[in-house]
Design a protein around this ligand. Structure first.
Ligand SMILES: Cc1ncsc1CCOP(=O)(O)O
Ligand SMILES: C=C1C=NC(C)=NC1=N
Ligand SMILES: [Mg+2]
Length: 216
């Protein structure tokens, strides 16, 4: 995984897409240039069983067509079964050590909210860390309170080379702040799922990271 893969990391499940069809939203996002995708089918009235697996497979197929890494949230078994490009786990999921054993050299992303959680993630060779929620979000029911960019800045200073993606309430009007704080990329759900113009939203979100590189 290259740090650039994290630039615009789209996360979606059926519960995040209100009107359009989830697979149409994903295809549009892939055509518009997302750089990584996370399958996150979680929460009330989401797909289960064979339908769940089929949906994941459809998403994976689309990502393969556009040569974009396909990451599975939480469900390590599914990721291994599908031969996904990676998994993303939180601290409440399987212990990071066990996951690394199960997935071998697949991409391993870990959510971290504290120095202790960061050390655990690094100890077991996380390929990237997810830091957030930066701002308030309604896409994750059990999200912790918004942390702002303080912890993000701290981690960047401590680990200049660590791939970091910021997440939580990110959109076209605030994404620039997390790139300035040192994130390699942003992870978004609603900014894309609820966008009136997905390609415009995506090109705007991506512009901040290129812009910041020039400014730096
Ligand atoms: C999965 C997750 N983890 C921390 S916040 C969040 C939800 C992000 O969704 P949105 O981009 O719509 O705020
Ligand atoms: C909670 C999360 C934090 N960060 C990322 C990238 N994905 C998640 N599901
Ligand atoms: Mg989780």
């Amino acid at each position: 995984m290259k740090r650039d893969n994290l630039q615009l990391y789209f996360i979606m499940g059926t519960s995040n897409v209100l009107i359009q069809k989830p697979l149409n939203v994903l295809e549009k996002a892939l055509q518009s240039g997302i750089t990584m995708f996370q399958f996150r089918e979680k929460g009330p009235n989401t797909l289960t069983g064979q339908a769940y697996e089929n949906f994941a497979q459809e998403c994976q197929k689309l990502c393969q067509q556009y040569n974009v890494p396909f990451i599975v949230n939480d469900d390590v078994e599914l990721a291994v079964k599908l031969g996904a490009d990676g998994v993303h786990i939180g601290q409440e999921d399987l212990p990071v050590s066990m996951v690394r054993e199960k997935i071998g050299s697949m991409i391993l992303g870990v959510s971290v909210h504290s120095q202790a959680e960061l050390q655990t993630a690094l100890q077991y060779g996380a390929d990237y860390v997810g830091i957030g929620p930066i701002f308030a979000t309604s896409s994750k029911k059990d999200a912790k309170p918004p942390s702002g960019t303080k912890f993000l800045q701290q981690v960047r200073i401590q680990y200049p080379e660590l791939p970091i993606v910021a997440i939580g309430g990110l959109n076209c009007s605030n994404a620039h702040t997390v790139f300035k704080a040192g994130a390699d990329g942003i992870a978004v759900i609603s900014a894309i799922c609820e966008s009136e113009d997905i390609s415009n939203t995506i090109s705007t979100l991506k512009s901040f990271s290129i812009l910041d590189k020039k400014i730096k």
